[in-house]
Design a protein around this ligand. Structure first.
Ligand code: ADP
Length: 282
């Protein structure tokens, strides 16, 4: 009898040990899972901290470049208004031509500052995620014909942008306001950087799975070694120092194309012209 009790007690012991071992195994698996979750969360946290740091550095360098950009037109306004004052004090009357030269420098600097403020506001909106995205089915031909008309009405050198379309026409689902903003920047550049040359062109191409918009000009072109920087804020190529600009338009155009789920690219030959391409999957 005692022997039997002893065996049963042993069996109970073995069962209890096994149950305890299983529990331990389960607990260690749980522990392992929580530890790997913790390690993953830690990695994500480190990555997001690094991103925040990088963003912070980017913001401070942006502010530094932006304030530098404002200083140049302000210095021009300051020095030319001092010049005007000096000319007024002179006993010998200065020519009208001299006065209008000085006042033109002031007007140009004011317009540079206005463009800078407008561009920076647009960029600020998009980087802080405050640009609305309201896509709808758009009839691109009607929209582009209207846009081209608006541009052609305001050109002062009789040039115009020539519009053409090819492929099977379809409605395209996108935010038309954002597209207008992006295209306006590209078309303005096409006119600005091709003064005295052939008319710029706007082509709309429907392919089976994508729609492509091409803004092409026959102007000064972009040095090949600088093309990879074009979409960076404040970047201006070394062949445009004589032409007014902020270096922000393409950056904004790219931001807005990307919010619209599209892609933008450039190809250009120095002295022959440039070609900007926006594409959307359909
Ligand atoms: P900007 O106000 O200087 O025109 P953008 O951001 O629109 O600023 O363009 C950045 C730079 O890209 C320009 O300064 C110029 O060097 C170059 N660029 C853009 N579009 C053209 C073009 N159509 N032809 C030649 N250069 C261009």
């Amino acid at each position: 009898m005692n022997q039997e009790l002893l065996i049963k007690a042993r069996e109970r012991d073995v069962k209890a040990r096994k149950a305890a071992e299983q529990l331990l195994e389960l607990k260690s698996i749980e522990l392992y899972n929580s530890m790997s979750k913790l390690a993953k969360a830690n990695l994500e946290l480190e990555a997001s901290l690094a991103r925040e740091k990088e963003l912070g550095q980017l913001k401070s360098s942006f502010v530094a470049v932006a304030s530098h950009q404002f200083r140049t037109p302000l210095a021009i306004i300051q020095s030319n208004s001092e010049l005007l004052e000096m000319m007024n004090r002179m006993t010998v009357k200065q020519s009208d031509e001299k006065y209008s030269k000085v006042s033109k420098r002031i007007t140009d600097a004011v317009s540079t500052m206005t463009d800078l403020i407008e561009d920076m506001l647009s960029l600020g909106k998009s980087t802080s995620g405050n640009v609305g995205y309201y896509p709808e089915d758009v009839h691109l031909i009607g929209f582009l014909e209207k846009l081209v008309k608006e541009f052609n009405l305001i050109q002062q050198d009789n040039r115009m942008i020539e519009f053409s379309s090819e492929g099977k026409v379809r409605l395209v689902y996108l935010d038309v306001k954002l597209l207008k903003h992006s295209l306006t920047n590209l078309i303005n550049n096409a006119f600005k950087y091709s003064k005295g040359k052939e008319n710029p062109k706007l082509d709309l191409i429907f392919r089976s799975k994508e729609v492509i918009l091409i803004v092409k000009d026959y102007g000064i072109g972009i040095p090949v070694e600088e093309q990879s920087h074009l979409f960076e804020p404040f970047f201006r190529a070394n062949n445009v120092t004589e032409i007014q600009g902020t270096g922000l338009g393409l950056n904004i155009a790219k931001e807005y194309v990307e919010i619209n789920k599209g892609a933008i690219s450039v190809s250009s030959i120095l002295g022959e012209g440039s070609c900007f391409k926006i594409s959307f999957q359909i």
